[in-house]
Design a protein around this ligand. Structure first.
Ligand code: ADP
Length: 258
């Protein structure tokens, strides 16, 4: 079954930031995404849920131009992503920030420098401007006192919060979050999710989030997309999906993870 996620009117089209149209992706014989259609409007928070292997990470990787669809089109802010030239890839990556399961901070740089490096080298900000912005972001993620530390001196949760600040420092229009708490010790998860809740509440950034943290998904999402076998089988508000799902597969999945 294919679900049309939104109703396209002239009005919503102008606010649309991301659109997948009939996107198919195969790895060998494995059809990971199968004619996928969905769109995300500017400023919305959309969560992708579904069993492991249902193609959620592949969607985020395509948006970062780290993987290419076999068929179909992907559009970000009106620009079609594929086929993408070097220049287009650079432009898209400026619009999109991604935070991964593994935080991948630069180990030999201070926390502050981890955050200022790309704004200085890619966006051309002055060192002072980049540092002022980095300090604001470190305040936002609750780490104002850690500017001069090396990442290895921080807990996993703190490192992930630095990675979130680093992504935001590029002033992206979209923040992609790929199971950002999965690699953390359980006691460190809540701090990271609280920071993301704050960002969702206080900024107008568009968020596309893959998570197994269903309470978090319920709190931040405008829309939840349930994936199975490379398709969206059900889409709706968190209230609808979590309290009154229509699809058996959604019910089964939620009873396994909740
Ligand atoms: P999810 O995020 O929902 O767990 P993924 O998008 O990570 O799903 O993976 C979907 C499917 O694609 C899985 O079967 C996975 O093994 C396969 N896959 C992902 N990346 C690759 C790759 N680079 N090469 C081969 N298979 C891949």
């Amino acid at each position: 079954m294919s679900v049309e996620v939104d109703t396209k009117t002239e009005d919503t089209k102008t606010k649309e930031l991301i659109r997948f149209e009939k996107v198919t992706k195969r790895f060998g014989d494995n059809t990971v995404l199968d004619g996928l259609d969905f769109s995300v409007d500017s400023g919305k928070h959309v969560t992708l849920i579904g069993p492991s292997g249902s193609g959620k990470t592949t969607i985020l990787r395509m948006l970062m131009t780290l993987a290419e669809p076999d068929e179909g089109t992907i559009t970000v802010a009106g620009e079609q992503l594929f086929p993408a030239g070097e220049k287009q890839i650079r432009e898209v990556r400026k619009k999109i920030g991604m935070v991964f399961q593994q935080f991948n901070l630069f180990p030999n740089m201070s926390v502050l420098r981890n955050i200022t490096e790309a704004p200085v080298t890619v966006l051309g900000l002055s060192k002072d401007e980049a540092e002022a912005r980095a300090r604001e972001l470190l305040d936002l993620v609750g780490l104002a006192d850690k500017c001069d530390e090396r990442p290895s001196r921080l807990s996993g949760g703190q490192q992930q919060r630095v990675a979130i600040a680093r992504a935001l420092a590029m002033r992206p229009q979209v923040l992609l979050l790929d199971e950002v708490t999965s690699a953390l010790d359980p006691e460190l998860v809540a701090g990271v999710l609280d920071v993301l809740r704050d960002i969702a509440r206080t900024t107008d950034i568009t968020m596309l989030c893959v998570t197994h943290e269903m309470n978090f998904a319920r709190d931040i999402s405008d829309q939840v997309l349930m994936f199975d076998s490379g398709r969206v089988i059900e889409a709706g508000s968190p209230e609808k999906i979590f309290n009154d799902p229509e699809h058996d597969r959604t019910r089964e999945f939620l009873s396994a993870v909740l």
